[in-house]
Design a protein around this ligand. Sequence first.
Ligand SMILES: *Cc1c(COP(=O)(O)O)cnc(C)c1O
Length: 429
Amino acid sequence: MTNSTTDRLALHGGEKTILAPFKRYNSIGTEEVAAAKEVIESGVLSKFLGCWEPDFYGGPKVQEFERACEAYFGVKHAVTVNSWTSGLIAAVGAIGIEPGDEVIVSPWTMCASATAILHWNAIPVFADIDPLTFCIDPASVEANITPYTKAILAVDIFGQSANMTALMALADKYGLKVISDTAQSPGALSGKKYAGTLAHVGGYSLNYHKHIHTGEGGILVTDDDSIAEKMRMIRNHAEAVVGDRGITDLTNMIGYNFRLGEVECAIGIEQLKKLKHLVGLRQRAAQRFTSGIKDLPGLRLPTVSTGNTHAYYMYPMLLDNELLGVSRAAIIKALEAEGIPGLSAGYQNLHMLPMYQKKMAYGSHGFPWSSDICRREVSYSKGICPIAEALHERSYFAIEMCVHELLDSDVDLMVAAFRKVWAALETLR
Ligand SMILES: *Cc1c(COP(=O)(O)O)cnc(C)c1O
């Protein structure tokens, strides 16, 4: 029936499945407006002072938001920062990374996970990913450990936790620290704990594109008193404060201004209250989508590891190109023509970025790799992460889940579009 007018793909001149744009995802409501207004009317938009006195830790909304995050995520310390990129930099510094130390990181993440390592003149080493969860593969991590390895930066990519049991066991075995980049998985569970809270330090992004946001912002979480205090120091001009504070260990006590303002924290307090509900809506959309397309051949739907829940920042899929006999590009083109928004083919492997290929980060002479703080030749050549590279080149594709509301009726249209394209696969060969 695929040649009848109704079943003809939009790509081939048939009618589009999705005719009107979906409603935009928007986590901000009247509660955030009221909370922001109250702070603005107070005139105190930030209360931080970069010297050793009570305001060193920020104003009332910073305090209130941090205590709310501690209660929510079940951690001893939450430290807010002006972006999660800042949070990652503070975390790497606070665990005591030295110039030239190696930190193992996933190639499938946002670029800041790896640049946070470089910002301390340490060396990112890329380990391969698990082909089903797309998180870093503990076996590949272990294979990449050298005498210079000091930490693992695990990313809870697309909405679920990395294999923290295995990664923390490696950390114990080799004396490493673990940082969780949980920017894409706030509110996802790993066993009874929230993703991000199983590492020595973890945290979440509050940028506009994430499940909850404050425009820009980030939250660091840890149970370690010393790491927490170092992060607070790095957040707020550590070098100016260590003297009065009586701190004698100056390791990485070079500070930044990573402070999050009162308005953002007031918004964050309201956003946090909605996190569970918002993640629940992503899960509802994903589950509805899964039940609608799970019988389609040659299509692997998201794998949620035992004990995990998935927050569905992305809905990641794999195509069996050989079975289908159709290229990923042709399928994506057909799905896009049917009107499915937020499709992406492949995922940027960080080690393939020009900065790593040319090994040029600071200045123009290859620092830090060319300097003697880098104690061995670290490879970023194509081939170091064969699974990540193959999935990027051939089979991986995804739909963004935090760009549109994805009401049941939207999801049903997405299902219809997938089913229509699958019914007409031979016209794409
Ligand atoms: C968004 C994101 C970041 C960066 O967060 P910002 O708040 O934008 O700085 C880091 N890592 C991952 C995995 C992300 O998705």
